[in-house]
Design a binder for this molecule. Structure first.
Ligand SMILES: [Zn+2]
Length: 663
């Protein structure tokens, strides 16, 4: 029903659409004006064979040389070849094995020309820039007969067949369920000197690794798929038309503008629901079993639309589709393609655990962090996954309960932010590597811990230090400056520096390097410990001076008893962050001390009629990076062990979930 409604609305765009072909860059169908530079674009026309699980057809792809020098080769991702053998870089570590002979996946180019009569098929070479693996065929170099001059457009007409893999890892099929992602030859990003701090012009086109996903130009897509009429479809594009071809076949036509990847799905079992958020048509494709959770899922995605729209910047497209895959297709769950994302079937999750909502909010968030702000996830996964996890945690805890956003049982509660923090602090190896590594370089299975959990944890810590208002303004400025471009981590840090300086002057120094050098470019841990509180009565003076016995009269002393209290703090970790210390006296007085946290220890001393009875480092939980909060005060230790055991179990479960779903 949702599809039918959409079709009638979209029909008026149809004539406009065909005027635009074949040049995808021109004209507007989806958004009012181009959001990006549109340096690449794709017109794709394929047929789905649901028995063989292949897509065969033709593509016209273009790339604009925006550099100031001629370019004589093109580089393209051939993602599906990650599934073509057990020797691919993706599979070399045994992450995936084909489900029988028809489980392998691949993409094969049958023909390629440049539109000027030059057959380029013989120029194709597979290259492996990351690891030199000669058995990896996920990056293809296209040699060009002549250089593409600055400002000129390269057009490639490519005939190709894509075979989907099974079981599904992000992309693939099981029975008649098809999730079609990373499925066509796709340009890498041609970067010019200065962009993302690189020194010379060149293609950035990495191999497909188990832990890396995207880096692409914002593109225009016109995609037509011919398939049996009983398949229900959805995509990251706007549905332009469904044409009944007779003989049980139909052609589905989509257009997408200014998105970094185009994915789609087809399955006869889908139920389709559409709701409206402002001017956005939000479509959910789910299984019959998932219908009962549909309200919760819509609510979650609309919370995220509201929150990120207010705190970061507008969601600019009039369409958004999300998918709850059936249980059999769970391998497609938890992925992001900007205007299409996949959640997880929420049918089996009890309502006290907001797991499905969390996944929905996370994957939608990638529309911003990676989709609009198109960072390089291969090289700097924290810019994508860390920032997105930070916002996911804020949204989940804001809407589902501060302190219990993720898990809400009478005897056990956990916020989503705590889940992230605990994943970081309890992971072995959380201090063996820096947080700025390329996704495939994280040692000892620390990719998830570092890219998601640690980065989100220090972003919360940054918020604690500079304040929520400044943090929100950092992201508004990040969006304003970098939307529909390709920011690096350093570009993000430059925004932090500028906004912090604008709002706080030199309060935090010339720049925030002292922070990022430790948490991002360093591997140390942060741990402050309250080592002791002493309160001693100040005794009257007695003793011997130069051999004479001396006695002071009572008038030399206060009539009240005075105490000397000392609060001793130690820095156990390498990371030095400013911390607050709250000190309470037995007469009810409280003092909030501020310490720069730099020295190895600090003693606070007080003389007065009151005794210090309690003290706590970081009383408002601003420094999420502190790996041990139990030693922050004297009074938290009781009643903790049982809860901590349960929390640890829960965190292990969450870590397992994150490693199953790539999120
Ligand atoms: Zn993610």
């Amino acid at each position: 029903m949702g599809l039918f409604n959409k079709r009638t609305v979209m029909r008026r765009y149809f004539s406009v659409f065909f005027c635009l072909l074949p040049f995808a860059a021109g004209g507007q169908v989806v958004v009012d004006k181009p959001l990006s530079a549109r340096l690449t674009g794709y017109d794709i026309n394929v047929v789905l064979d649901p028995e063989e699980h292949t897509l065969s057809g033709q593509m016209t792809a273009f790339w604009v040389n925006h550099s100031s020098a001629p370019v004589s080769e093109a580089m393209m991702h051939m993602y599906l070849n990650a599934f073509s053998s057990n020797k691919s870089t993706f599979n070399a570590k045994g992450r995936w094995s084909a489900a029988g002979d028809n489980g392998w996946g691949w993409v094969k180019v049958n023909s390629v020309d440049d539109g000027n009569g030059n057959n380029l098929l013989d120029s194709l070479r597979y290259v492996s820039p990351d690891d030199g693996n000669i058995n990896d065929r996920t990056v293809m170099r296209v040699g060009l007969p002549g250089a593409v001059e600055p400002g000129d457009t390269l057009t490639l007409n490519i005939g190709f067949v894509s075979k989907l893999p099974s079981p599904i890892v992000r992309t693939g099929y099981v029975d008649d369920f098809h999730f079609v992602a990373q499925w066509f030859p796709k340009f890498g990003v041609y970067e010019t000197a200065g962009m993302r701090q690189r020194e010379t012009d060149g293609w950035n086109c990495h191999q497909f690794h188990p832990n890396s996903e995207f880096y692409s130009n914002h593109s225009v897509y016109n995609v037509s798929v011919t398939l049996p009429t009983d398949f229900v479809t959805g995509s990251g594009g706007m549905l332009i038309e469904e044409i009944d071809l007779g003989e049980g076949l139909k052609k589905v036509v989509w257009r997408a503008e200014d998105i970094v990847d185009f994915a789609w799905t087809a399955w006869p079992g889908y139920k389709v629901l559409t709701r409206k958020w402002n001017n956005v048509d939000v479509t959910l494709l789910t299984s019959a079993a998932g219908l009962k959770k549909a309200d919760n899922q819509f609510k979650a995605v609309m919370y995220a639309l509201d929150y990120l729209g207010e705190k970061v910047g507008p969601y600019p497209w009039p369409h958004l589709t999300f998918v709850d895959p059936p249980v059999s297709g769970a391998g497609a769950g938890g992925m992001e393609y900007t205007t299409l994302f996949t959640s997880m079937g929420g049918g089996v999750v009890p309502s006290f655990l907001k797991m499905a909502e969390m996944v929905t909010i996370h994957e939608f968030g990638h529309a911003y962090f990676m989709g609009i702000l198109a960072s390089n996830e291969f090289e700097e996964p924290w810019v994508d996954e860390g920032i997105n996890s930070y916002w996911e945690q804020r949204i989940v805890d804001h809407y589902y309960g501060d302190g219990y956003g993720l898990l809400n049982l009478p005897f056990l509660k956990m916020s989503d932010a705590d889940q992230g923090r605990l994943s970081y602090i309890t992971s072995p190896g959380h201090n063996i590597a820096t947080n700025d590594l390329p996704s495939w370089m994280y040692p000892h299975n620390t990719y998830s811990t570092m890219s998601y959990s640690k980065a989100a944890t220090w972003l919360h810590t940054l918020e604690g230090i500079i304040g929520t208002k400044t943090m929100d303004n950092v992201f508004r400025e990040y969006y304003r400056r970098w939307a529909f471009r390709h920011p690096s981590g350093k570009d993000f840090i430059a925004v932090v520096d500028d906004v912090v300086r604008r709002e706080h002057g030199n309060k935090y120094g010339e720049n925030m390097n002292w922070f990022f050098d430790q948490v991002l470019y360093g591997s140390g841990i942060c741990d402050y410990r309250l080592t002791g509180i002493t309160s001693n009565k100040i005794r009257s003076y007695s003793g011997v001076v130069e051999g004479d016995s001396v006695t002071y009269t009572r008038s030399d002393r206060s009539s009240d008893t005075l105490y000397l209290s000392r609060v001793s703090i130690e820095r156990l970790g390498e990371v030095k962050l400013p911390v607050d210390v709250l000190i309470r006296f037995d007469n009810g007085d409280e003092i909030l001390e501020k310490w720069d946290g730099i020295a190895g220890y600090r003693d606070f001393e007080y003389t007065g009629t009151g005794k210090v009875i309690w003290a706590k480092i970081d009383p408002y939980d601003k420094i999420d990076m502190d790996v041990n909060r139990i030693n922050n005060s004297y009074t938290l230790e009781q009643n903790f062990t049982a809860t901590r055991r349960m929390m640890n179990k829960f965190v292990l479960l969450m870590q397992m979930m994150i490693s199953i779903f790539t999120l």
